[in-house]
Design a protein around this ligand. Structure first.
Ligand SMILES: Cc1cc2nc3c(=O)[nH]c(=O)nc-3n(C[C@H](O)[C@H](O)[C@H](O)COP(=O)(O)OP(=O)(O)OC[C@H]3O[C@@H](n4cnc5c(N)ncnc54)[C@H](O)[C@@H]3O)c2cc1C
Ligand SMILES: NC(=O)C1=CN([C@@H]2O[C@H](COP(=O)(O)OP(=O)(O)OC[C@H]3O[C@@H](n4cnc5c(N)ncnc54)[C@H](OP(=O)(O)O)[C@@H]3O)[C@@H](O)[C@H]2O)C=CC1
Length: 502
């Protein structure tokens, strides 16, 4: 039996989670209340700090992310105290959290930033790996060094990055869709990128390191914690730069894409041998879809819904994430979104008193701007953590604040296949139905530009390559200027639209 928590008289601001959302929230609270103690409770031995933050334009932002020992955060903010211990239970009625180290902490306001975990196609199968934190990335790298063929399931961010980065190992990439990268791109952009993947061998990778994960020094400690079932913070931009993603073979890239199918059944080697004789498929290159028989013995076999069966060394399930709410939030009556996240209102407040949430753990349940949507991304984790702290501070002194400007427009800058990728607003015409038009400009191997217009107003854009258009397009989406008169001139390469609209 746990001892009951004492009444919430001397409560503090408490933040749970040492990822970007939690650390940003704690820092902001520390700045707002320099004479109060802020408690950051985290299951991971290191925290993630935003450094070199740069507001590139009104909404677009760039920053580096550093994994740091928690003492560095405490040194920068003497009123932040970090407790390295997982929360095992929240007692919301008593305003109290219990930690694995046996302590209890009373809060006056609490922000939950416990992130998310990989949603695997098959839990508990040792041949199915998910990638989330430094430890799981290292485990993946270790397995890859011995692998001759792997299968990647999923068509989002992680899959896109892996298929481009992995060398010396055949990759069977299984996607539910017709085209690659469905969470970020339409078929046009996918085709633009596919040619880079299939036709070209990536040259020596251009150094684009913004984040480095140096973990040698803390390996032992991390392993001890990992075995205790604790989770680390999510990786982020350039997470693979510090890893040598090379398989057991000598060739560079060998990718075979299976479209419009999913995994039907996974067989371990023994199960497969004794199962009815099924004919194995041998991956050919992308243009040759003929089927031959595979003589190799593989540790694991995967039957797809298109009836093909492939043997491989292991499977990467890059199939999205599930918010981290269990088991520590069980027994509390939170309103939860369809994706399993804690629903938050436009002040990042959950359905329970004095409890806020930010980052991957939460589901935005407010009525959003017509050109914003939630995606579980680094930038949104930072913006939500920052804004949650502002809301907690305002509420605790009885003030009200307006929604932060960053939620006016969805904006994401990233890199896929070594191209700069900028996504703005309803970049894939999400939710616009058929009432929209697309303007496109594409130069193979160089740039792909798509503007989404509705009733003459720009609602979103995809910019791949060094287009230099992000700021102009951001302004056009924000000011909702009627662009009907410009028609296709908008993307005419001979017209400098930056000058046009400035
Ligand atoms: C491989 C990979 C690549 C990515 N690449 C990009 C990218 O290029 N661009 C981008 O924008 N986003 C990217 N993302 C997504 C991005 O990393 C996440 O959206 C973001 O880091 C989420 O931050 P967070 O603070 O909400 O959660 P997390 O970073 O997951 O942090 C959660 C924290 O909570 C702690 N915690 C969990 N449970 C408990 C508990 N019970 N008690 C105490 N503490 C707990 C964890 O230890 C951790 O410190 C990537 C994600 C992955 C996995
Ligand atoms: N550069 C960047 O911005 C990056 C961002 N990230 C972020 O990290 C997080 C984790 O990445 P990731 O795992 O790639 O998640 P994503 O949400 O990006 O993509 C998941 C993909 O898996 C598919 N999928 C889901 N369930 C199944 C299934 N059972 N079988 C086959 N396919 C399935 C989804 O299809 P459908 O959508 O149709 O369900 C989707 O294509 C995400 O929040 C992502 O945004 C990760 C890497 C890079």
């Amino acid at each position: 039996m746990e001892a009951p928590c004492s009444p919430p008289t001397a409560g503090k601001f408490v933040v749970v989670g040492g990822g970007i959302a939690g650390v940003t929230c704690a820092e902001q609270l520390a700045i707002n209340f320099p004479s109060e103690d802020i408690l950051l409770i985290t299951a991971s031995p290191v925290i993630k700090a935003v450094t070199n933050f740069k507001q590139v334009s009104k909404v677009l932002e760039e920053f580096d992310v550093e994994e740091q020992p928690s003492t560095m955060l405490e040194n920068r903010f003497p009123n932040i105290k970090v407790i390295e211990s997982g929360v095992k239970q929240l007692k919301s009625k008593e305003h109290c959290v219990l930690t694995e180290d046996g302590n209890q902490h009373i809060y006056k306001k609490l922000c939950l930033c416990a992130g998310a975990k990989p949603k695997l196609i098959c839990e508990g199968n040792p041949y199915v790996l998910g990638i989330r934190d430094t430890d799981s990335a290292q485990e993946f790298q270790k397995q890859l060094t011995k692998a001759k063929r792997i299968m990647i399931i999923g068509n989002g961010g992680i899959a896109l990055e892996l298929v481009y980065e992995i060398e010396g190992c055949e990759v069977i990439w299984v996607i539910k869709d017709k085209a690659i990268g469905n969470t970020f791109f339409d078929a046009g952009a996918a085709e633009f990128l596919t040619s880079k993947l299939i036709d070209e061998k990536p040259e020596a990778k251009i150094a684009q390191k913004r984040t480095r994960y140096t973990t040698e020094g803390r390996k032992k400690e991390t392993q001890a914690r990992a075995s205790a079932g604790n989770v680390g913070s999510a990786l982020g931009p350039d997470w693979h730069e510090g890893l040598d993603l090379k398989g057991a073979k000598e060739f560079s890239h060998k990718i075979h894409i299976e479209t419009m199918c999913e995994v039907k059944k996974i067989y371990l080697q023994e199960e497969f041998r004794i199962s009815e004789k099924k004919s194995l498929t041998f991956p050919r290159d992308h243009h040759d879809q003929s089927v031959t028989t595979d003589k190799e013995i593989w540790p694991v076999y995967v039957e797809l819904t298109n009836e093909k069966i492939y043997g491989c060394d292991f499977i990467v399930s890059a199939t999205g994430v599930t918010p981290n709410t269990e088991p520590f939030l069980c027994g509390n009556n939170f309103d939860v979104g369809e994706d399993g996240g804690l629903k938050v209102d436009d002040h990042m407040h959950t359905s329970l008193p004095d409890i806020y949430a930010a980052g991957d753990i939460c589901t935005a349940a407010w009525h959003p701007s017509p050109v914003w949507q939630q995606m579980r991304l680094w930038t949104q984790a930072r913006q939500m953590g920052w804004y949650a702290a502002k809301c907690m501070a305002a509420a605790s002194v009885g003030e009200s604040i307006d929604m932060d400007f960053s939620f006016e427009l969805f904006a994401h800058v990233t890199k896929f296949f070594n191209y700069k990728v900028v996504l703005l607003g309803k970049y894939n015409a999400q939710g616009l139905g058929s009432n929209h038009e697309l303007l496109l400009r594409c130069t193979k191997g160089q740039e792909y530009i798509k503007a989404v217009l509705q009733n003459g107003r720009m609602m979103g854009a995809v910019l791949i390559g060094e287009t230099d258009l992000e700021e102009t397009f951001e302004n056009l989406i924000l000011n909702q200027m009627n662009l009907s008169a410009y028609g296709e001139d908008l993307l005419d390469p001979n017209i400098d639209i930056e000058d046009y609209f400035d």
